[in-house]
Design a protein around this ligand. Structure first.
Ligand code: GLY
Length: 324
């Protein structure tokens, strides 16, 4: 299946790749770095965030725009055919089709998204085109595909890798319909100007029902950015995130005075309060505010995220709710 390790090795920041050692963010507002340089800054979900941050950092460190950084950053992961959770290398739906969801927001509150999109290598860039070239926010399915072609995005003939095909065949033989772990990439960044943008892109729940759309393209669920306050993004079981409008909830909690960490924790607590099966799946949230404070929290153990700031790009384990 996905071998991210090889991919991550290619990152210019690979030597800085570490896990653990993260000071508790908690209510202390402590950051996992000790200096006062808090912008530019970029955080993204999971270990594939390392190469994604690497690309984003190139833009941010040369004075570039956060919007460009969050687009170009996640494109690196969309391009990786070995990544089974993002892009055309992703696990297919139960009928064997890889369908992609993505969203993007800029510092002006503009938003664009695509859902149930097939055969396009970079759904995040199509989402950006929806934002910049149409009066709409969201295009789906055949309409999104046609829009992509009309705007110069080529049809990809990328096929399932042998590993993904084997996983699909096995899944069909097992004949179950359980949530399959899916490691969406969500990214939020603040540029040198203090402007914040966010992005999110995924192939979604492996072996999902055809037509299923998760949280990633839903503005306010998988990602939300408000330049007055900050931004948040989500990974994990999208249905759980949509039910609490997760990323928007986190931004509103920050607007009302919570730290990014407190806001992420509150969002997870809401899932746990309302969704009795919460111990059976994973959701992870990341948040960033205008001060450059960050938050990261998940339901169960195992969520990690990449943080690039002050020229360092490192992987950290997030704190989590279910401790027993
Ligand atoms: N979080 C991605 C999805 O549920 O599709």
């Amino acid at each position: 299946m996905t071998s991210r390790r090889d991919f991550i090795k290619k990152s210019a920041f690979a030597s800085a790749f570490v896990i653990g050692g993260l000071p508790k963010l908690g209510k202390s507002k402590a950051l996992p770095y000790s200096n006062d340089i808090r912008k530019p800054i970029v955080i993204s979900t999971w270990s594939h965030g390392i190469p994604a941050n690497d690309a984003a950092w190139k833009i941010l460190s040369s004075g570039g725009h956060a919007l460009d950084a969050v687009e170009k950053g996640v494109m690196v992961v969309e391009s990786d055919p070995r990544n089974t959770s993002v892009g055309l290398g992703g696990l297919p739906d139960r009928d064997g089709h890889v369908t992609l969801d993505a969203s993007i927001m800029d510092e002006k509150g503009n938003a664009g998204s695509v859902a149930f999109l097939e055969h396009i290598l970079h759904p995040i860039s199509v989402a950006r085109a929806v934002m910049e070239k149409t009066p709409h926010v969201m295009l789906v399915g055949e309409g999104a595909y046609q829009f992509a072609l009309d705007n110069g995005f080529p049809k990809s003939n990328q096929e399932m890798t042998p590993e993904v095909k084997a996983a699909w065949e096995k899944w069909k033989a097992d004949n179950h319909y359980n949530p399959h772990n899916h490691d969406t990439i969500g990214m939020v960044a603040m540029d040198s100007n203090g402007d914040i943008s966010g992005s999110c892109t995924t192939s979604g729940w492996g072996f999902k029902m055809r037509g299923r759309v998760g949280d990633s393209p839903i503005i306010g669920a998988g990602m939300f950015a408000d330049n007055d306050v900050g931004a948040a993004c989500a990974t994990g079981k999208g249905e759980a995130v949509i039910k609490i409008a997760g990323s928007h909830t986190i931004v509103e909690l920050m607007r009302n005075g919570k730290t990014p960490q407190e806001a992420c924790e509150e969002a997870v607590h809401r899932i746990a309060k309302k969704q009795s099966d919460y111990k059976t799946f994973q959701v992870g949230f990341l948040a960033l505010n205008k001060n450059g404070d960050i938050g990261a929290y998940s339901i169960v153990k195992g969520f990690n995220y990449a943080l690039a700031v002050n020229g360092e790009n490192k992987l950290y384990d997030a704190d989590y709710f279910v401790k027993e």
